[in-house]
Design a protein around this ligand. Structure first.
Ligand SMILES: Nc1nc2c(ncn2[C@@H]2O[C@H](COP(=O)(O)OP(=O)(O)OP(=O)(O)O)[C@@H](O)[C@H]2O)c(=O)[nH]1
Ligand SMILES: [Mg+2]
Length: 426
């Protein structure tokens, strides 16, 4: 977030939809009210997804809309009508957007490909209507389950461009000019420092091959500690496969190309060893300017053995063909850019909603319903003694036993939980 025009990090709030409540109703015929239960289930809440969109270049739009709530499920209806499911919400983000949970800092996903759709928050389940609580014995359950509630979550979106080659160098050395020559990108070019304020991406095509180059704002001394504009932008080249280090070999601004080169490398190193360790091709630009030749000689003498050095004149395009060939040659030896995988797959879901409600049916049986019961039904195998022990422990811990006592449930009374019926024991 280095300037007003470019937004590459934002905080937003997402929330999946709550499940709709189950309906508690009875069929009614003329003159014959309450003939039988007919309340339908509530609808599932909508999910929240992130979708990679190649046409988005930054996160600017999130400055205006920062809350994304999927629709709640509808309440179930009479006549066994199911409530409609809530509409899902799809949030478009630029490719290379890292999604993080604010509270834990945990990485949820890296939206990497165009059209890639990642589920991040699951809608709550709909509650069951009273029909579903009918059993052979219980004909008129006069209760229904509430829909599952899900929480909102604060999320950080952070954009990290996906590119093969990162162009680095001092301001005004001609990085943007170079990008405009080798790709169809049209970055702003001008004779002053920090013309480029946000990363520009360009696709470089060469016969049947292609790669993506990223031009970032010029780095200056101290950028790694946050001085100048460079700092925020270094992370945009963190996931590039190699660097193209552009040096103004003319020294036309009164600087020494060798010193410039060293300073930038020191910046990279300070920021991250990974960046400093990327393969580097050195481009000596502005070879057309008087004095460049001598500087180039000195530069080659010092670094010629360690680096591949390519003299170019970006304004005319001279030397750029050889440069592209060299970059392709190096890229061929490198693994492709990979998405950053979270340590564990992760989706927000309403599992925290372990509520319960207790009703008494027409026979006086205490019926426990709710998210807690659904969870238990999924996890408990009744024929297994360990599992049964767990079942009882959860009932105690969650306060079900206490609530039953409060409602007047005595030893020997029947309690029904999911498919299980048992005699109440304190
Ligand atoms: N003589 C000469 N001038 C060049 C050459 N390449 C770029 N320039 C000029 O250098 C100036 C800076 O060019 P940019 O491409 O904007 O430089 P940059 O590195 O992107 O600069 P920042 O975005 O500010 O970091 C412009 O006036 C260009 O016309 C070259 O090969 N020869
Ligand atoms: Mg530029």
């Amino acid at each position: 977030m280095a300037n007003a025009e470019f937004t590459d990090k934002v905080k937003i709030v997402i929330k999946a939809g709550d499940g709709g409540d189950g309906m508690n109703s009875f069929k009614a015929f003329k003159g014959k009210p309450a003939c039988g239960p007919d309340g339908g289930d509530g609808g599932k809440g909508g999910d929240v997804y992130f979708v990679g969109d190649k046409d988005m270049t930054d996160l600017f739009s999130f400055r205006f809309t920062s809350k994304f709530f999927a629709e709640d499920g509808e309440r179930g209806g009479s006549n066994k009508c199911f409530g409609r499911g809530g509409k899902d919400t799809f949030i478009k983000v630029p490719l290379g957007t890292l999604v993080r949970d604010v509270e834990t800092g945990r990485l949820i996903c890296d939206v990497f490909e165009d059209g890639e759709t990642v589920l991040v928050a699951k809608g709550g389940n709909g509650g069951k209507g009273n029909v579903r609580f009918t059993t052979a014995r219980r004909h008129a359950p006069n209760f229904a389950q509430k829909g599952e509630k899900v929480k909102p979550h604060e999320i950080i979106l952070e954009m990290k461009v996906i590119a093969d080659v990162g162009l680095v160098g001092f301001p005004n050395v001609g990085k943007s000019t170079l990008l405009s020559k080798i790709s169809a990108a049209k970055p702003k070019i001008a004779n002053y420092h920090f013309t480029t304020l946000s990363p520009n991406l360009g696709v470089v095509r060469y016969y049947e091959k292609s790669f993506v180059a990223a031009d970032i704002p010029g780095l200056i001394e101290g950028a790694a500690q946050g001085a100048g504009l460079g700092h925020d932008f270094l992370r945009h080249i963190e996931r590039t496969r190699m660097l193209c280090h552009v040096v103004d070999i003319s020294g036309c601004e009164g600087r020494d190309p060798i010193e410039d080169f060293q300073k930038i490398n020191a910046e990279l190193k300070e920021y991250s060893e990974v960046l400093a360790g990327l393969p580097q091709v050195v481009v000596c630009n502005k070879c057309d300017v008087f004095g460049a030749e001598d500087n180039l000689k000195a530069f080659k003498k010092k670094y010629g053995r360690k680096y591949k050095i390519l003299p170019i004149t970006a304004v005319t395009g001279e030397g750029t063909r050889e440069l592209i060939e060299k970059l392709l040659e190096v890229l061929d030896t490198l693994p492709p850019v990979e998405p950053i995988r979270p340590e564990e797959e992760f989706t927000y879901a309403g599992e925290g909603d372990l509520n319960f409600e207790i009703f008494q049916d027409e026979d006086g049986v205490y019926v426990v319903v709710g998210g807690l019961v659904d969870m238990l039904c999924r996890n408990v195998v009744l024929s297994n003694p360990d599992s049964m022990q767990y079942f009882q422990k959860v009932l105690r811990l969650r306060g079900v036993i206490k609530e039953l006592s409060k409602m007047g449930c005595k030893e020997g009374d029947t309690v029904s939980i999911g498919d299980v019926e048992f005699d109440f024991v304190l």
